[in-house]
Design a protein around this ligand. Structure first.
Ligand code: SAM
Length: 348
């Protein structure tokens, strides 16, 4: 159990001020809920999953659509959550996705609803997702070259991702954001090309520093393509000026491209951590609350939910689970240990 800051006393939550919000010991308030809909994915990105996949969660372990929407409604109506982002694994693989989005869009207050996806199959479902109430998407795209795409993802699906992106834009899932991870010696020479493509197509590109969240434990600091390096490379092709839009709790530092209005973001999770402004709370597909991507502990919501807990009890568990969030992710501290769950099972 974490200690009360400044003491060695275990923090059992008694210090927590009476507040319905998801506050923590450092004064942060979580309003952005990331919900993993499945741990499965139809790609096998080398930095995210082994070629053979992982031991997937068994069906009964997964929250049902009804259990998921009950917890999301609790977060929205009682815990101050204003943004709900669906992720995974690959959220488009969740059979009940459209119904889940539709249910969340009728909640009062209505949260802003977004989804992080690899884009495969999005072309077929973008209109239905808009009709259900989805507001916007982030699509992951690390390369524009089919052979590299096949190397990185171990699947030959680049054309499907590009079609998904275009369909999202045409359906009005705006702004369409693109997430790219640069890998040393694999696609780190493609930053300028990716930004040109996104600017030309009206997508907002964000580069994400690779984090130590892979199940193979293959992350190496000396191979990291850093935010500084990404910005230096981008400056070989574009004029970048800091965006004047306030950053708030957004993880991306944003830059105006060639005077704007196009922007590019760089998320320096490792070299420029933004933990002190973090407003995230995370729910895994099997109903575990995580207060940080890197947390070593989880709060079980599924057990009490299936055991008949009422909303007040679940809400209090959620609040206490967030209260003990650590000050930072500790990647840069001696003794850092990766969380047991990899990124794909937490929800990126
Ligand atoms: N399947 C969806 C997708 O591809 O966007 C959602 C889940 S995926 C885990 C979410 C994002 O996490 C992707 O943009 C992916 O590139 C990124 N990601 C995965 N592992 C990562 C890591 N170790 N460091 C940084 N980003 C990572």
């Amino acid at each position: 159990m974490p200690t009360v800051p400044g003491t060695t006393r275990p923090d059992d939550g008694r210090q927590r001020p009476a507040s319905p919000a998801l506050i923590d010991r450092f004064g942060r308030v979580a309003t952005d809920l990331r919900v993993s809909l499945t741990d499965r994915c139809n790609l096998r990105c080398t930095y995210c999953m082994p070629a053979d996949g992982l031991d997937w969660l068994a069906g009964p372990e997964l929250l049902t659509d009804g259990e998921l929407t009950r917890l999301i409604e609790l977060a929205v109506t009682q815990l101050g959550v204003t943004n709900v982002r669906f992720t995974g694994g690959e959220p488009l693989l969740r059979r009940g996705l459209i119904d889940i989005v539709a249910a969340v869009s009728t909640m009062d207050p209505r949260p802003r609803i977004s989804m992080t996806t690899n884009g495969i199959g999005l072309a077929l479902r973008a209109d239905a997702l808009v009709d259900a109430g989805l507001d916007r998407v982030n699509v992951s795209l690390d390369t524009l070259r089919p052979d590299r795409f096949a190397t990185i993802t171990r699947r030959d699906r680049l054309a499907h991702v590009l079609a998904g992106l275009a369909a999202a834009r045409d359906a009005g899932l705006l702004p369409v954001k693109v997430n790219a991870v640069l890998l040393r010696g694999i696609n780190d020479d493609e930053a300028v090309e990716l930004l040109r493509y996104c600017v030309d197509n009206g997508y907002q590109l964000r580069f994400i520093e690779q984090m130590p969240l892979d199940p193979q434990h293959g992350w190496r600091r000396d191979e990291l393509v850093t935010a500084d390096e990404i910005l230096a490379t981008l400056r070989t092709g574009f004029d970048l000026a800091p965006s004047e839009t306030p950053r708030g709790s957004a993880p991306a530092e944003r830059w105006l491209v060639d005077g704007g209005p196009a922007e590019v973001g760089v998320i320096g999770s490792v070299t420029r951590p933004f933990c002190e402004d973090c407003d995230r709370t995370r729910l895994t597909a099997d109903g575990q609350l995580r207060n940080c991507l890197f947390s070593q502990v989880e709060t079980d919501l599924r057990g009490p939910l299936r055991g008949g807990a009422d909303d007040a009890e679940l809400a209090e568990r959620w609040r206490l689970g967030m209260w003990t969030k650590l000050a930072g992710h500790q990647i840069n501290e001696a003794g850092f240990a990766q969380p047991i769950r990899p990124m794909s099972a937490i929800g990126g």
